[in-house]
Write a protein that binds this ligand. Sequence first.
Ligand SMILES: *Cc1c(COP(=O)(O)O)cnc(C)c1O
Length: 421
Amino acid sequence: MPLIPVSHGRGAWLVDMEGKRYLDGISSWWVNLFGHANPRINTALKDQLDQLEHAMLAGFTHEPVIRLSEKLSALTGGVLGHSFYASDGASATEIALKMSFHFWRNQGQTEKQEFICLKGSYHGETIGALAVTDVPLFRDAYGPMIRNAHVVASPDARQAQDGESAIDVARRAAADMERCLQERAGKIAAVILEPLVQCATGFAMHDPEYLRLVRALCDQYQVHLIADEIAVGCGRTGTFFACENAHIWPDFVCLSKGISGGYLPLSLVMTREEIYQGFYDSDVRRGFLHSHSYTGNPLACRAALATLEIFESDDVLAQNRVKAQSITQALQPLAQHKQVKHFRQQGMMWAFDAVFDEVTVQAAKTFSRRFFTQALQEELLLRPIGNTVYLMPPYILNQEEVNLVGERILKVFDRVMGESV
Ligand SMILES: *Cc1c(COP(=O)(O)O)cnc(C)c1O
């Protein structure tokens, strides 16, 4: 398929060089929150450009990074009061893993060197992040370079057997985690997981009970809990941090993607005072080492501040609750469709799985690509993962756009399922 050269973006829409428009139903790989060329973020960035584009953060600091750190800390009620900055999600994962390992080492617990991740987990694609990523497509080619983590059961609610609830599945998965901890806790530094929705593996959703159980296990077995909220943070699940749905705080939160509104590469790892203090020492070898040229880039931090200001001034979380209802409403024909199973929603994310049988098994293999192509014909940018169609739009869709999305996804789905291949 030929590439689509994008000329510009406005709100939820991307426009190509021929003037054809596409509604960005996946927020340009889950990063955009308030639309393309957002006037408020643009204004903030233009102002920041004339103040300071970048300055090193070693021995120096600046207003955008201080204000952002304070705002983020306040969003956790001060529990995760310290932020460490980088530019991409995979680096945030690596920073959290390194920090956990190094914290234990500073405590004299040098044997805590291993990590636990979930089946189907995705935490980025650098060598270190692939160690805790369980998506074969991204891993297999690089297998020999990767240091393996322990992979335990996913709480994916789709695994519910007859009569089981999502909470039952969560308990079963937590029991599997406990088996691993019973055996190896002395060697485990941290558990890393994507709270509530494992996005990259196909929007596997789980009950918040799982997070409460894992939090309790991590406390019991003295292991850190790392919440990778790179995709699910920033209001995506209905609360600002996904962990808030379960009323727990992890020991580390990784943020990236939406935090800069989808404008600039920015990632960060938030952690607790106790962990920060574990590094605070005049001996540099006890300090946390992860030098990064663009750490705390002022432009990216300013974009993040403008993004957080929109959350505040527009009461975005409350607005999204209303908007989510109308989107779920617009997707009802798909939720009830005969060829759809596991229609699911969490906050501003929707997903469903296309049903294939022995006769149509061949069609399943090309479903994702055919859906993407047909969606473009209907002015929609949507990229299913395998047989899972998902919608993860910017938070700014108006009712007209919501209706359009509902009608067109149904049309595209029917057309693709009806294609003879
Ligand atoms: C996208 C993503 C990452 C990696 O972020 P990059 O910026 O692409 O490196 C890590 N974890 C999760 C859950 C993600 O969705």
